[in-house]
Unconditional design. Structure first.
Length: 150
């Protein structure tokens, strides 16, 4: 019996860890902190901004150490952009945005909400493709707009 409990306990820890790594659990626990998720998205965008700056600086150097750091910053930028997309899709869109039928009250707000969520994911994708401050600014603005829904 102890082994069964221990396995359940280990699984519980694994699930708790996985939910922290992937925005939030997908069970109906009712424990949500939307403002914290928006703040985390802003932190991800700040990291992308710093990575973009560092990549620009390191691109001028041609030594192995600089190229190594450039790759590391690129990987960091990619990971944070992916995290933003993941949080918006797996937390906000699947758990927080509720469909409103066409013609029903709130349908226009629902469509605007979808557009704002999509704008964040699209802007995050563009920060993966580009290395410029303009793309990061667009991402930060999109996150700020998304925050108005929460």
């Amino acid at each position: 019996m102890k082994n069964v409990l221990r396995i359940g306990w280990v699984c519980g820890l694994s699930l708790a860890y996985a939910s922290a790594a992937f925005a939030h659990c997908q069970v109906p626990c009712g424990i949500y902190d939307d403002a914290a998720r928006i703040a985390a998205l802003h932190e991800d965008a700040a990291t992308i901004s710093k990575a973009t700056t560092q990549i620009g600086t390191l691109a001028a150097a041609h030594d192995a150490a600089s190229m190594n750091q450039l790759v590391r910053w690129t990987n960091t930028k990619e990971a944070h952009a992916s995290h933003i997309i993941e949080v918006v899709s797996e937390y906000f869109l699947t758990q927080k945005v509720k469909p409103v039928a066409a013609g029903a009250d709130g349908h226009a707000a629902y469509l605007q909400s979808l557009a704002d969520h999509h704008a964040v994911m699209s802007a995050a994708m563009k920060t993966k493709q580009k290395v410029d401050a303009e793309a990061v600014s667009a991402l930060e603005a999109a996150i700020t707009q998304l925050g108005t829904h929460y």
